[in-house]
Design a protein around this ligand. Structure first.
Ligand code: PMP
Length: 401
């Protein structure tokens, strides 16, 4: 049955993590995976999450199935969080929601839904560079994905002109993946004015905005500020849109797989039907989404004191990342590293995009984590090194020198 199975090389980021774990060097640093670390280089359980967990245990935590669409309270809280209470009140009945297996699951549900409602699959435009899984998620469902230039390696910043011109020439009725904030991996987002222009062109050309919202709260520590683009498209521009929400990063619930897919349609009846389709799609995919993480998130969102603590926790994380960014920047300057490093402090969010060539990254990796020569010389490895360039992760900057 399986003779035709092809060998698929391991995912570059996870392969790099495995190499990192196998390396015995005590001061090694994992620049691959986007997971926040505290000042001791350790994973951080957010105080708000810790307290929510304790409260759940006290309440007598059960392990029954959740409904197919997930925890209703969590879905409603998520929609209100993302839209803000005012817009949520206005649009509540036009929004279908489905709890998902974190942000990845939300993207996959979005793909399943788009596929289920269109006989001819829309094209999916994806910024270059991006989170590599965007391609896998949509291509595995049969979508044709087209990259568009998002970042200019020369200026080391957002290439907004290429962005606009792609939108102006994109096939109408296509999907555009938009990183809601804290673009992975470049750390460059459009300004508010640029977002407005993007929304205008997309609306005029009937392009569907699919927001990947994995880092709300990571740019500024202020979730309302970070949700600006989503609210602009759905509110001021009154556009149909999808939002793939992840609580992996902003609640530190990585492994619990807590997410939600929201879709805003332009008609309440369409929303009722869309909601029913999501339920059908979820049933054949996972039957019932996982309960534990969603209950934690719901406890945090539903309890005033915990929610306040969570906002503080997001400030703690984003402040630390910002200070790591500045420390690295100042370190490079005082070390006399050639060239400009301004881009490092212009970026925001979880990632520091160094803009170094693969060769330099491989060399640095050899120096920093004493990678065995065989790894550095391995041709396949330069692919990994290329990705590694992207992910100089904020919480770990301090180890660099
Ligand atoms: N989108 C982007 C841009 C990401 O960086 C990530 C995580 N690295 C995700 C989605 C999905 O993350 P998760 O499935 O863990 O929520």
């Amino acid at each position: 049955w399986f003779d035709q199975a092809r060998f698929i090389p391991a995912d570059a980021i996870f392969a790099l993590t495995a190499q990192y774990q196998a390396n015995p060097f005590p001061q090694k640093v994992n620049l691959g995976q986007g997971t926040y670390r505290d000042a001791d280089g350790k994973p951080w359980v957010l105080p708000s999450v810790r307290q929510a967990r304790e409260a759940l245990l006290e309440q007598g935590l059960q392990h029954e199935y959740l409904p197919i669409l997930g925890l209703k309270q969590f879905r409603d809280q998520t929609a209100e969080l993302v839209l803000g209470s005012e817009l949520y009140k206005e649009q509540e009945n036009k929004i279908a929601t489905c709890q998902s297996l974190s942000g990845t699951g939300a993207l996959h549900l979005a793909g399943l839904l788009l596929k289920a409602v269109h006989t001819e699959l829309p094209k999916v435009y994806i910024p270059e560079p991006t989170w590599s899984n965007h391609y896998q998620v949509f291509q595995s469902l049969g979508f044709k994905c087209e990259p568009f230039k998002y970042y200019d390696p020369e200026t080391k910043s957002l290439d907004i002109d290429s962005y606009y011109s792609m939108l102006r020439t994109a096939e109408p009725n296509s999907v555009v993946i938009l990183h809601a904030c804290a673009h992975n991996p470049t750390g460059f987002d459009p300004t508010k004015e640029q977002w407005r222009e993007i929304a205008q062109i997309m609306k005029a050309r009937q392009l569907f905005p699919l927001f990947d919202s994995a880092y709300l709260g990571f740019n500024s520590g202020n979730l309302d500020e970070d949700a600006f683009a989503i609210r602009l498209f759905m509110g001021e521009f009154n556009m149909e849109a999808g939002v793939c929400v992840s609580f992996a990063k902003n609640m530190g619930l990585y492994g619990e797989r807590v997410g939600c897919f929201l879709v805003a349609t332009n008609d309440e009846q369409v929303t009722v039907r869309t909601q029913s389709m999501l339920e059908m799609l979820q049933r054949s995919e996972v039957s019932n989404p996982p309960g534990f993480g969603a209950k934690i998130a719901s406890e945090v969102l539903g309890n005033d004191a915990l929610r306040k603590q969570w906002y503080q926790d997001m400030v703690t994380m984003s402040d630390r990342i910002r200070s790591m960014r500045e420390t690295l920047y100042k370190g490079l300057i005082s070390f006399g590293a050639p060239g400009s490093w301004d881009h490092l402090i212009q970026q925001s969010g979880m990632f520091g995009f160094l803009g170094l060539s693969s060769d330099v990254v491989v060399k640095l990796r050899g120096l920093l984590i004493v990678a065995p020569r065989s790894i550095v010389d391995n041709k396949a490895d330069s692919d990994i090194a290329r990705r590694e360039t992207s992910y100089l992760h904020g919480g770990q900057f301090s180890y660099l020198y």
